[in-house]
Each structure stands twice: as C-alpha cells, then as structure tokens.
Design a protein around this ligand. Structure first.
Ligand code: FNR
Length: 371
C-alpha cells in the first residue's frame, strides 16, 4: 500500500525542481507522526528556523571574467574521493520513510558518488547496509552507558568496511522534541541493545524514543573518554556536535581526525547557534590541523558554496535525504543529491570558481563583515 501511495503521489505531484519541494511531497506521503519525527526540532524550534535563515543572511560576492567553461565539484574527505562536497548525514529510522530504508539511501549515495554516514539507530543492520552497495561508508556512534555495546557496534562496522567513525557528542540526553512527545513517537525495545539498536517501527506501545535514549546514553562522558574510543579502534574519528572554538581546540588536542560543526539539526538544544554562524570560529581554532565539516539547514547549492567559503571542507544533509526517500525512495535521494550538486555547480560558475579550491572567504559577505 505504501508503495502504491508513493507511486500515485509521484504521478500526481509535479516534478520537484528544488530540494525543499521534497519536503512537501514527504508531508503528503508520510503519516503525520513520522513526518513530525523527521521535520521537528527541539522546544520552540528557534534554532530549527535559524539554521535555514542564517544561510539567507549571507551574500555571495561573485567574481566575473574567470574561465568557468569547466566546473569541477569533486573533492576528497579523509582521502576518499567524492563527486561533490555533499555527504549524507546520519539520521535515524529510514524505514519509516520507505520500506527499503537505509539500503535505498546507501545505494543512492553510492550512485551519487558520495559518502553515507550510517546512523547507529538504523533500521537495517550494519551488515545489511554494507552488502547493499560497495561505496565508502562511515558509521555514527554514541558512547553508551554500556561501553561493551558501543565497542561491539564499532567492531562490526570495522569488520564490514566502514571507513570512519562519527562520534556524536551533543546528546548526553535527548532534546525535548515536543511533536514526538505529543505524538507518543515510537517504541524502542531495549532488548535490541545487544545488537544494532534498531527502532521498532511496528510497535505502537507508545513507550517513547526519548525515555529509551535517556536510559542508554551516557551523560557522564568527558573529553578523556575520547582516548578510550581511540584505544579500541584504528578508524579515523570525526567528532560531531561542536559549536564553539573552545571545544574545537579541545577536540584537536584530543586527537580527532575531523570536526563536524552541528547542532543535530536543531533537535537537541534550542537556542544553540545556527551552525553556519559559528563555522568560522571553529575553523579559526582548528587552524587547518583537521578537516571541518558542517551540517544543519543546507538546502541549496548556494548554502554549500557559503559553507565552503567560510572554511568547511564539506557539508552533510539530513532531512532532505529523508524527504527524498519518503517521496520517491532511492531515486528521490539520488535526485536530492544531484539537485544540490547541480546547484553548487551553477553557484560556482556564476561566482567565478571553476573548482572547489577556488572558493574562498572573499566570495562571501556576512552581516558582521566590514565593507
Ligand atoms: C538526525 N540526526 C542524527 N544525528 C546523529 O548523530 N545520529 C542520529 O541518529 C541522528 N538522527 C536524526 C534523525 C532525524 C530524523 C534528523 C532530522 C536528524 C542529526 C543529523 O545527523 C544532522 O545533524 C542534521 O539532520 C542536519 O540538519 P538538516 O540537514 O536536517 O537541517
């Protein structure tokens, strides 16, 4: 039935021309409780709106009479070549959007020649996603109260060829997502803790994601614990959820291999800053020692361009992937990734930047910049 509805929707709705069009299609395609889970943010959703609006406050300073007859959006992350600096962020429970869930997302990321970060709360196992395509994949991890669970997950990811671990550090407890509280969003059976933590999308018991997460996440984690993670893996570690220069400096000192400036898609602390407003602060603190990536509110190729101009090596997208998946399955995700890449290409051509390395700080103006 879900397939039939999606096929019908795909037919009746006009073809999407921009990434945000997929949000509308997803809203039509999904039950309200799932749409709210994907779309919602914490509390009053101030940060949720600002993640988008902050990009809109930045203007681009285009340069003309540069040879832009050939545009190259390709780049590398941790040495892995990708077709554009746009990665798939780790997001939970893709099966809620589409029956093939993360398998479809992984195939779409592979087709777009980019990297998917698999969420620890994937609805397909580490192994299943690994065997669905042979592209480069990263694995997102939390350090749980049960350290053995984190270790086992990591070992499985290593065994199945995931190339980096993305350690999310902005969730000592779950933010208050009030739509989910109202909707009594999804049960998560604790027995699954032994394996990959899968969200049980079939349950209607009403036991909340929030109370599950708060039971399992370790709120006592400190910087010293990064050393523990380093001691149990040889994979490079990207730390996700950094928003200040103080923590960026500590992350570099702790020996991480990369930093993701992220406020968890505004689902954790409301009134955390919009990510693009603190990107430069982090980039300056890091002084080029490790790559800095950004996610949160990236919806246009111009947003990608702005993030790169402010020093990000790449961006990740969360909700647009889920919306693409909900609207049109694997093809939807591929289209979302292609749209953003094509828009980035146009932005680069119209700004006088034939390649990624040509995009510089002088190509954008923030409101705080002196004229
Ligand atoms: C997330 N995000 C997230 N992050 C993470 O580290 N582990 C996770 O399991 C999840 N799950 C998750 C579910 C949903 C529904 C959303 C929307 C987000 C955060 C995600 O990785 C990323 O930081 C944001 O989604 C980026 O913001 P945009 O692109 O959604 O605006």
């Amino acid at each position: 039935l879900a397939h039939a509805t999606q096929a019908l929707l795909a037919k009746i709705s006009s073809d999407p021309v921009k990434v945000e069009d997929f949000k509308e299609l997803a809203k039509l395609a999904l039950p309200k409780v799932y749409y709210d889970f994907y779309a919602g943010g914490a509390e009053d959703e101030h940060t949720l709106r600002d993640n988008i609006q902050a990009f809109q406050r930045i203007t681009i300073r285009p340069r003309v009479l540069v040879d832009v007859s050939q545009i190259d959006t390709s780049t590398t992350i941790l040495g892995y070549p990708i077709s554009s600096p746009i990665l798939v962020a780790p997001t939970a429970a893709h099966k809620l959007a589409f029956p093939e869930g993360e398998l479809a997302t992984a195939r779409a990321a592979a087709a777009a020649k980019t990297i998917m970060v698999l969420s620890f709360s994937s609805t397909f196992s580490i192994e299943e996603v690994a065997s669905s395509c042979n592209a480069v994949r990263f694995f997102q991890l939390y350090i749980f109260k049960r350290r053995d669970v984190s270790r086992q997950l990591l070992q499985r990811a290593e065994r199945y060829g995931y190339k980096a671990v993305v350690l999310t550090v902005d969730s000592p407890r779950l933010g208050r997502r009030e739509h989910d509280i109202k909707n009594k969003m999804i049960a998560v059976p604790e027995k699954n803790l032994e394996g990959l933590i899968t969200i049980d999308v079939t349950s209607d018991q009403g036991s909340q994601f929030e109370s599950f997460a708060n039971k399992t996440l370790d709120a006592s984690l400190r910087w010293e614990d990064i050393q523990w993670l380093k001691s149990i893996t040889t994979l490079p570690i990207l730390i996700k959820g950094i928003l200040t220069h103080e923590d960026a400096t500590k992350a570099v000192e702790a020996g991480v291999d990369g930093i993701i400036v992220s406020n968890h898609g505004a689902r954790q602390l409301d009134f955390a800053p919009a990510t693009v407003t603190v990107l430069e602060e982090v980039v300056h603190a890091v002084k080029g020692k490790v790559p800095v990536l950004l996610d949160g509110g990236v919806r246009r190729g111009t947003d990608v361009f702005k993030a790169l101009a402010l020093g990000a090596q790449a961006v990740l997208i969360g909700r647009p992937v889920l919306y693409g998946l909900a609207a049109k399955g694997e093809e939807g995700v591929r289209t979302v990734l292609e749209m953003l890449k094509n828009e980035l290409e146009t932005s680069m051509a119209l700004s006088g930047c034939p390649s990624i390395k040509d995009i510089s700080r002088s190509h954008v103006r923030m409101q705080c910049d002196k004229l």
